[in-house]
Each structure stands twice: as C-alpha cells, then as structure tokens.
Write a protein that binds this ligand. Structure first.
Ligand code: DX5
Ligand code: ZN
Length: 218
C-alpha cells in the first residue's frame, strides 16, 4: 500500500500561500498538514483559525490539522468549521483525552492523538481503539527543519504491535525530519502517513519530491 503523503505548510511561503496550496492541489499529496502552535504548549506561534479558513478556500485535499496548543478541547468545533478534516491533539495537552476524542468525532472529523518524543506508545493502550490516527513526533514539536530522532523507528514498531494486538485500525503518522533517508525505514516499521515540511518546500522540485515519497516501497 502506498503511504499517505501530507506536506506541512509550515514550511511554505506564507506571503504566497494561495500559490503554495495550488501547487499541493496539483501534486500527488493526499492531505495538507496544518500546524497550529500557540506559544504555550510549544515555544513557537504559527497560525490560527483565519489562516486555516483561507487555506480551506483554495485546498482541494483534506486538511490534516495538528493542534500543538494547550486546552485544545476549547477549539475543536471552531477548527472543524474552519475546514479541518482530521484533528490531532497532543496526549500531553489532554488530561481528559477520551472526552476530546469523542468531541472530535462528534463534529465528523477523523480523531488523532499525537505523542511527543518522550511519551511512550504503551500509554495509548486504553485509547487505541477509539482513535483514527496516532501521530508520532519524530522531533520536539514547535519548529520545522529539525533533526530526526532515530528512536522514532522503535516507537513506530511498538505502535504497530500495539495496534495489531488490540485489533485496532488507527493509522500511524510520523511528523518531523521526514526525508528520502528516514521515510523508507519508517514505512518498513509500519508507518502509514508521512508528514514532510522542509523536505518538500525547500526542494527544487516539490512536485517530484512528493511523488518520490509516495512511491517509496516499504
Ligand atoms: C513540527 C511540526 C511539523 C513540521 C515538520 O512541530 O509538527 O509538522 O512542520 O517539519 P519538517 O518536515 O521540516 O521537520
Ligand atoms: Zn505537524
């Protein structure tokens, strides 16, 4: 099965966002990954609801919204209305994770949970059957263009095992430092969705780069 490719627009040219979205529309990308950062949960601020709405106006691919924000439960409906197709919240930001996952499903979005690099996969044992996707952070969240953390391979393999043992159906998404070297190894361990920011947008040929990622055999 081909992986789902989700370019992250965090690495796009924000002054020419419409052009960047149109490029992704033409590409083989499956989803458009949108990184929302609040300066509280992560030490950086990216963009919020009005920008997401503007992206939605032009995008012809599902918007995969990654909320790196504190108290995400307060904003689920607003992100759905702004155009999100999937909404991923951080395990570390949700003391009542099960409730937030239900909230996301109630607005008909795919529900995801993200794990920071230090958060073990085993903590998902009692929620894995309720989520549509698990996003494994392969860098510390907050910035694009960081170095991939190699321990991620072990985490992806552990998550694949957990999903199988529970007969669950969650997709495994990996986010941070994905490129032509890390992608094949991630797919080998069982990843289904690859997020790539700088690798796509800093490439001389982003369309070809997206197609190449999608055609990597696992
Ligand atoms: C990081 C974000 C990522 C980021 C990935 O906090 O969640 O989605 O855009 O960027 P690259 O692919 O450049 O590591
Ligand atoms: Zn992300």
């Amino acid at each position: 099965m081909k992986p789902i490719i989700a370019p992250s627009i965090l690495a796009a040219d924000f002054a020419n966002l419409q052009t960047e979205i149109e490029l992704l529309n033409q590409s083989a990308a499956d989803w458009i990954h949108c990184d929302i950062m609040d300066g509280r949960f992560v030490p950086n601020i990216s963009f919020g609801l009005p920008v997401l709405q503007a992206v939605h106006k032009h995008a012809r691919k599902p918007l995969d919204v990654h909320l790196m924000i504190a108290d995400p439960q307060l904003y689920i409906e607003q992100f759905q209305k702004a155009g999100a197709n999937s909404i991923t919240v951080h395990y570390e930001a949700c003391p009542h994770l099960h409730r937030v996952i239900e909230q996301i499903k109630n607005v008909d979005c795919k529900a995801g949970v993200a794990l920071n690099p230090h958060t073990p996969v085993a903590l998902l044992e009692d929620i894995i059957n309720d989520v549509d996707l698990v996003l494994i952070m392969s860098v510390n969240p907050g910035f694009g263009g960081q170095k991939f953390i190699p321990h991620t391979y072990t985490k992806v393999a552990a998550l694949r095992e957990l999903i199988q043992s529970k007969n669950a159906h969650a997709l495994i998404e990996v986010d941070g430092g994905v490129n032509e070297e890390t992608a094949p190894l991630l797919l080998e361990q069982g990843a289904n969705v690859l997020v790539a920011g700088s690798f796509v947008f800093q490439a001389s040929d982003p369309l070809q780069t997206i197609a190449n990622l999608q055609n990597i055999a696992s």
